[in-house]
Write a protein that binds this ligand. Structure first.
Ligand code: AMP
Ligand code: ZN
Length: 664
């Protein structure tokens, strides 16, 4: 096999595995084996850029950055759908349909997926572009982002038409959504509101590598184009499936409106068992010839009708408003409800967000309230049933003191939430900070859990995370549910955390607004905690992606005498407070402020290593040449257009050798 054949065969093999895993849900190799093969393909493609293919499985990892999405006109318009809410509505629709077409009419019922609509264009079996609905006539081209979604085939199989559009919905399955939110909460970020908005927001992210991290899916429901040789909607769905698209199996062919209603009722009740959200059912005339006869109104097809589910709402009693204190001291009011069945689960609590929300709803203890599952996931209180308000009801006064430590609360200008300023001694803050410190993404301390941390604090054995390093087995054994073995593991786990690299230690410190990514950026820039401690706000904001809010928070953190003492204690125990010598040895500022483009194939270094080298030396790797480019490092076989552009703009072109010796 020559290189080209090898590349082709790897691509084909990976495509099939991708299909098995994401569409059929039936993997035939392990993730590990898949990764090995993908890496092999990546290496081959990198070494042989002449065989580049924009639809290769390697392109799914993303990386392309789009600043402005190109407006693109749809080949055929993307219509909206008319809505119906009752049997009468559907019967009226049927009457109109039957007036306009001859012969029997059968219907196909489909689920109405709740996400962001998308139109994919395929030419010769390859994904050409992906465009959002926009205003229906034109939308934004988001191809780079959509390519990262594994259920979107980049290369079709079977007997597909030469060119066609296929429409569907990009959704974020509930499990993935909840997982993303868990991470956000862990990073002290506001959780996303619902899967639909998160899905459509994802399509507009500038960095496709970010999109690749999100577990999005694309569910398809309609093929459009000329000479497609398809006679019914049902056949269209089956064909799309055979070409490799993800088409949910729930679509059903029926012959009467009564059957349609049965389908609606079934899914209204069972929708919570689906892995993704739906907000109704779509009924379509099955026969495409009849669809043609019916045509479109200005806004929607006459041959289709949506039936939207009512957001499920129940009323229940608000027993009590309590207040939670988070690790950063933020106060969240919580409605404790008389337990009630709603949308497939029992709801006992709902967030009230903040004082404004309570005031707006004029919500009071003892009120009868309407609860809805917003986006079917997080319960929220919609309104108070004033007709049921007890005569002795009293308006809610928001707490003015911390429910945990009795400190006077503060509310900063422009912020919705109240805070407990007792950073030092408010128990949920003290415990929360240590729990954050030991968490998986921070110091990842094995053998120590959140509850044990709370116990250790309550017993007075620790007051902050630096105290962990002085814990002894003897001290821990008497605690509830501890034994010799588990106590030893705990102490060992703490000891091992001294190896955790600086960037994660920085995240573990729990500085407000310093999540994982920010911690990495700061660690890379400042290289040691000492340098960071002395950085001013003005200096901090010059770091890429660090804004004023983060800068202020960092400075405030290190302004505290107590925090500085804790850091010194960590240092004395041997926790990593600077980038390791090995990593540092490879880092310089030699390329600081330079924007460098790399192109072609290199002899002594792989393209990825070259890019890393540039970044480690403080330079920025950019993918396209502009007047801001400082150098073009040119390898073998680089594209002629880049060369011409660089020459035209008068940009210095360096060979691999010249560039490497520059760094020596
Ligand atoms: P609306 O946004 O309420 O006007 O509803 C129209 C949208 O429903 C379309 O733009 C599609 O994105 C979406 N939709 C979801 N599932 C389907 C389906 N099975 N058939 C047609 N449209 C659907
Ligand atoms: Zn407090």
């Amino acid at each position: 096999m020559n290189t080209k054949q090898k590349i082709e065969s790897l691509r084909e093999e990976l495509r099939q595995h991708n299909y098995n895993y994401y569409i059929l849900d039936d993997a035939t190799i392990s993730d590990y084996e898949f990764d090995i093969k993908l890496k092999e393909l990546q290496a081959l493609e990198e070494a042989n850029p002449e065989f580049f293919d924009a639809n290769s499985p390697t392109q799914r990892v993303g990386g392309a950055v789009t600043k402005n999405f190109k407006t693109t006109v749809h080949d055929s318009r993307m219509y909206s759908l008319d809505n119906s809410y009752s049997k009468e509505d559907l019967l009226d629709w049927e009457t109109r349909v039957k007036k306009m077409v001859d012969g029997e009419v059968s219907y196909i019922c489909e689920l109405k997926y709740d996400g962001a609509s998308i139109s994919l264009t395929y030419e010769n079996g390859k994904l050409l572009r992906a465009v959002t609905r926009g205003d229906g006539v034109q939308g934004d081209e988001v191809t780079a982002n959509v390519k990262t979604i594994h259920t979107v085939p980049l290369q079709l199989k079977g007997d597909y038409p030469e060119r066609f559009d296929i429409r569907g919905e990009i959704v974020l399955p509930i499990e993935g959504f909840l997982k993303m939110n868990e991470e956000r909460v862990e990073n002290d970020e506001e959780p996303y509101k619902n899967p639909r908005n998160t899905a459509s927001g994802s399509l507009k992210l500038q960095d496709s590598a970010e999109v690749a991290k999100r577990p999005l899916e694309c569910l398809l429901y309609s093929i459009v184009g000329n000479n497609l040789n398809i006679t019914s909607q049902f056949e269209g769905l089956e064909k799309a499936r055979s070409w490799g698209f993800k088409v949910p199996q729930e679509a059903k062919l029926v012959s009467s409106i009564d059957d349609v209603l049965e389908y609606v009722e079934y899914w209204d009740e069972h929708r919570y068992n689906l892995p993704y959200e739906i907000d109704g059912v779509v009924v379509k005339v099955n026969n495409l010839y009849q669809q043609d006869e019916l045509g479109f109104t200005a806004k929607a097809p006459r041959w289709a009708m949506a039936y939207k589910f009512k957001a499920e709402q129940v009323s229940t009693r608000l027993n009590e408003i309590t207040y939670q204190v988070g690790r950063t001291g933020a106060i969240t009011p919580v409605a404790n409800l008389e337990p009630v069945q709603l949308a497939g689960t029992i709801v006992k609590r709902a967030s009230l967000h903040n004082a404004d929300q309570i005031e707006k709803l004029d919500i009071r203890e003892g009120d009868e309230v309407f609860v809805e599952k917003g986006g079917e996931i997080i319960p929220k209180i919609i309104a108070v049933d004033l007709s049921m308000r007890p005569v002795n009801s009293v308006p809610t006064t928001y707490i003015s003191k911390c429910p945990e430590c009795d400190t006077e609360l503060v509310r900063l200008e422009g912020e919705a939430k109240h805070y407990c300023p007792n950073y030092k001694a408010c128990p949920p803050q003290v415990i929360g900070r240590i729990q954050h410190y030991i968490s998986r993404k921070a110091m990842d301390i094995d053998g120590l859990g959140g509850e044990t941390v709370a116990l250790l604090v309550k017993e007075g054995l620790i007051h902050n995370y630096s105290d962990l390093y002085e814990l002894t087995v003897e001290q821990v054994i008497p605690l509830e549910r501890m034994a010799q073995k588990s106590a030893e593991n705990l102490v060992k786990g703490i000891e091992l955390s001294k190896q955790i690299p600086f960037e994660r230690v920085l995240f573990a410190l729990g500085i407000r607004y310093v999540g994982e990514t920010v911690a990495k950026k700061l660690a890379k820039h400042y290289k040691s905690i000492d340098a960071l401690m002395f950085a001013s706000i003005l200096d901090l904001v010059t770091v890429d992606e660090i804004g004023e809010r983060i800068a202020e928070s960092v400075v405030e953190f290190f302004n505290s005498e107590e925090n500085r003492q804790i850091v010194e204690r960590l240092r004395s125990f041997g926790v990593q407070l600077e980038i390791s010598a090995e990593k540092l040895a490879n880092q310089t500022d030699k390329l600081k402020g330079l924007s460098i483009v790399v192109s072609g194939v290199f002899e002594t270094i792989s393209r990825n290593d070259l890019k890393k080298l540039i970044e480690d030396n403080g330079g920025k790797v950019s993918s396209s040449i502009s007047s801001k480019t400082s150098y073009l490092v040119a390898g073998d076989k680089m594209g002629p257009s880049k060369l011409i552009k660089a020459e035209n703009l008068g940009i210095s072109i360096l060979t691999e050798k010249a560039f490497l010796s520059k760094l020596k």
